[in-house]
Write a protein that binds this ligand. Structure first.
Ligand SMILES: Nc1nc2c(ncn2[C@@H]2O[C@H](COP(=O)(O)OP(=O)(O)OP(=O)(O)O)[C@@H](O)[C@H]2O)c(=O)[nH]1
Length: 263
C-alpha cells in the first residue's frame, strides 16, 4: 500500500521531500547511525558529539557541551545553503508552498535567524574577554544582576529567555564588567538547557580570573512550556551554580542572594 500526502497545493509531499532532501540531512542520517547508544541505553559520547559528516566549516569538529567548540569555523555563512534548503523542505512538509511570493525569501531569512540564535558557537572565552582582566587589590563582592538572556531550548528548538545574575569574590583580579554580560551572550546563543547554561557561565568566570568564588542565578521562561506542551504561562525556572566560597560559606551565599533579590 502506498500513502500519498498532499500539501494542499497538489504536490505530493513525500516525493517532494525525496527529491529535495538536502545534503545536510543525509549527513545527519549517517551521523545518527554511527552514534548509537551503548548497551545500557546511554549515548556513547554523553558530553561531546562530533559534527555530522563534512558540514562546511565544521569538519571534524567536536562540540563540548560543557565548554565550547574546539575550533573556529572559517565562516558561518558557509552553513547557509544547507540550512536554507532544510527550511524550504520544512515549509513543504508543513503543507506550504515555498515558492509563493510571501515565502520566497523565508528559508534564507530563517537560516540567518538560526545562525544568529546560535552565534555563540563561534566565540571562545579568549575572544570574549579581549584581555579585559585587571590586577586589582579588591576583595569585596562584585555583582552584575538582571543581565537579559535569550537562548534556544535544545529539546524543542524554541526560545527561552530570562535574566542572569552573576557575583564573584575577587582574588587580586577583576573582570571588565561588560565581559560578564558577554560571557552570558556567548553561552546563551547556543542550543541549551538552563542548568548547563548556568554552570558554563560560572565556570567561565572562574577560568577568566580565578576568584575566591562565583555565583550565578538564572530565572528563565521556557516557551516550550508556554506556547505548547504543558502550557503554563506564568511558571519560571530558577537555576543556580555556586562555586568556591559561595558554595562553602552560607553567609557569602546569603549576601549574594540578598543583593540579587533587592530592587
Ligand atoms: N531540565 C530542563 N528541561 C528542559 C529545558 N528546556 C526544556 N526542557 C524540558 O525537556 C523535556 C522534554 O521532554 P519530552 O517528554 O521528551 O518532550 P515533550 O513530549 O515535548 O514534553 P512536554 O514539554 O512535557 O510536552 C520537557 O519536560 C521540557 O520541559 C531546560 O532548560 N532544562
Amino acid at each position: 500500500m502506498t500513502t500519498t500526502v498532499s500539501n494542499g497545493n497538489g504536490t505530493d509531499v513525500v516525493s517532494l521531500l525525496k527529491k529535495t532532501k538536502p545534503p545536510a540531512l543525509k549527513k545527519l542520517a549517517s551521523w545518527k547511525d554511527e552514534n548509537e547508544f551503548d548497551g545500557t541505553g546511554n549515548p556513547k559520547t554523553p558530553r561531546t558529539s562530533t559534527t555530522p559528516g563534512k558540514t562546511p566549516g565544521h569538519e571534524n569538529c567536536t562540540f563540548h557541551h560543557d565548554l565550547e567548540l574546539d575550533h573556529k569555523p572559517p565562516t558561518r555563512e558557509a552553513l547557509l545553503p544547507d540550512m536554507t534548503d532544510s527550511y524550504k523542505m520544512l515549509l513543504s512538509a508543513l503543507g506550504e508552498n515555498p515558492e509563493r511570493q510571501g515565502l520566497l525569501k523565508t528559508p534564507e531569512r530563517a537560516a540567518k535567524a538560526m545562525l544568529f540564535f546560535t552565534k555563540g558557537y563561534d566565540q571562545t572565552l579568549t575572544d570574549v574577554l579581549n584581555d579585559a582582566v585587571f590586577d586589582e587589590d579588591h576583595d569585596e563582592m562584585v555583582v552584575v544582576k538582571d543581565i537579559e538572556m535569550f537562548s534556544m531550548c535544545e529539546h524543542h528548538l524554541v526560545p527561552f529567555y530570562g535574566k542572569v545574575s552573576i557575583g564573584y569574590l575577587p582574588k587580586n583580579k577583576i573582570l571588565g564588567l561588560s565581559k560578564l554580560a558577554r560571557i552570558v551572550e556567548m553561552f546563551s546563543r547556543r542550543l541549551q538547557v538552563q542548568e548547563r547554561l548556568t554552570k558554563q557561565i560560572a565556570v567561565a568566570v572562574t577560568q577568566a580570573i580565578q576568584p575566591a568564588g562565583v555565583a550565578v542565578v538564572i530565572e528563565g521562561v521556557h516557551m516550550c512550556m508556554v506556547m505548547r506542551g504543558v502550557q503554563k504561562i506564568n511558571s519560571k525556572t530558577v537555576t543556580s551554580t555556586m562555586l568556591g566560597v559561595f558554595r562553602d560559606d552560607s553567609k557569602t551565599r546569603e549576601e549574594f542572594l540578598n543583593l540579587v533579590q533587592s530592587k
